[in-house]
Structure formats: C-alpha cells, structure tokens
Design a protein around this ligand. Structure first.
Ligand SMILES: CC(C)(COP(=O)(O)OP(=O)(O)OC[C@H]1O[C@@H](n2cnc3c(N)ncnc32)[C@H](O)[C@@H]1OP(=O)(O)O)[C@@H](O)C(=O)NCCC(=O)NCCS
Length: 176
C-alpha cells in the first residue's frame, strides 16, 4: 500500500465525516476532536486546515484513498524548537501499518522545513496501538506522567515519545 499525504479539500467533507465520526477514534484524541463528528464540525476542520499554506494538517491517503489525518504543530516562544504530532486513522484501516508510514513522512517534513530539535507525541497511557506506531516510526519513549489527563471522565496517564534531530539525521544517513 502506498501512503501519501495531501491537503484536505472541501470535496472530502462527506468522506471525512464517514471516516471520523467514531467514538472509538475520539476516545484516544483530545477533546478538540469532535464527537459526534458532524458535517458542520467536518467543514470547520477542513477550513481550519486550509488557513495556513502549506497546511500543517494533512489527509493521509492509502493507494490514493483518504483514510485519516495527521498534523504537526510547531510550538512557539521558548518551546519553538519543538513540534507535536497528532493523528487518527479510520477504523477499517487500523492494523495495516499505515500510521507509522504517515508519521515518518510528517517527521521528515518537520525536520526538513523547520528549525527543530525535537518532534514529540503524547498518547494516552491506554493507547498501546499509538505507542507501537511511534516506536515503529523511530520515536523513543521519554516519560510517563501518571493520571494527569482526563478523558471521558477517566484519569489517564500521559506518555511522551520523541525523536531528536540527531536521530533523524542518523536514520537518514544510514538509509542512503
Ligand atoms: C492508534 C492508531 C493511529 C494506530 O494506527 P495503525 O496504522 O492502525 O497502527 P498499526 O497497524 O501499526 O498497529 C499498531 C500496533 O498496535 C497493536 N494494537 C492495536 N490495538 C492494541 C491494543 N488494544 N493493545 C495492544 N496492542 C494493540 C496492533 O496489533 C499493532 O501491533 P504490531 O505493530 O505489533 O503489529 C489508529 O488505531 C487510530 O487512529 N486510532 C484512533 C485514534 C488515535 O488513537 N490516535 C492517536 C492519538 S495519540
């Protein structure tokens, strides 16, 4: 399967809602991910992704078909050498190794286009699949903060995984 990233377009609205309107996705996301994921929410989402060009939020395509979304958010102020990842995949596409490929593409985009020391992600402690994705994409476990996040009324651990620019350069060199 060929994994590519592209900008979201308003013509994706119906497929986006069909893919994203799933409490099984929302339960592992921040509350900024709408649940239910209505058409109105979908439209707001796509318009938000289009505000900045190139967009930091991209549609993930598997063999040309939209299957999910991934974003990289550059922090500012004293945190500005860091960028955070966020992503989701529609349920029919889980378990096929798609997200690790998308994460690798976005990490490459981040390190090549921005001045960054570190790219990180913060999955919930219960989200084993996401933790495995991050390790497969080359990120390393940094830290676990116990029971500091609240999702759907339940206290969850926050896990932090990251890749440093040195590691990115090392992987790139050895792949050449
Ligand atoms: C988490 C998510 C991104 C994983 O993407 P994916 O492309 O399906 O990931 P993979 O196919 O590489 O599978 C991940 C691994 O986790 C494993 N896994 C899945 N559910 C699991 C569970 N409940 N417990 C343990 N392992 C689990 C899979 O078997 C697979 O293992 P393997 O790498 O040893 O084969 C996707 O399921 C998703 O979008 N979920 C909802 C939203 C979300 O969690 N977003 C991330 C927020 S941090």
């Amino acid at each position: 399967m060929k994994i590519t990233l592209r900008n979201w377009a308003l013509s994706d609205l119906d497929s986006l809602v069909g893919l994203a309107n799933n409490p099984g996705i929302a339960t592992n996301m921040t509350d900024g991910f709408p649940s239910p994921f209505t058409k109105e929410a979908g439209q707001q989402f796509i318009e938000r992704t289009q505000k900045e060009q190139p967009s930091n939020i991209q549609a993930i395509c598997a063999d040309g078909q939209v299957v999910g979304s991934i974003g990289i958010y550059k922090l500012d102020d004293i945190f500005r050498l860091n960028a955070e990842l966020g992503y989701w995949l529609a349920e029919p596409y889980w378990g096929k190794g798609i997200m690790a490929e998308a994460v690798k593409l976005v990490i490459e985009y981040g390190f090549k286009n921005w001045q960054l020391e570190r790219i990180f992600a913060r999955p919930l402690g219960k989200n084993i699949a996401s933790q495995k994705v991050l390790v497969k994409a080359g990120l390393k476990f940094e830290y676990r903060i116990e029971k500091n996040l609240i999702k759907n009324g339940i206290l969850e651990d926050e896990l932090i995984y990251s890749m440093r620019i040195e590691e990115f350069n090392r992987i790139n060199r050895s792949e050449k």
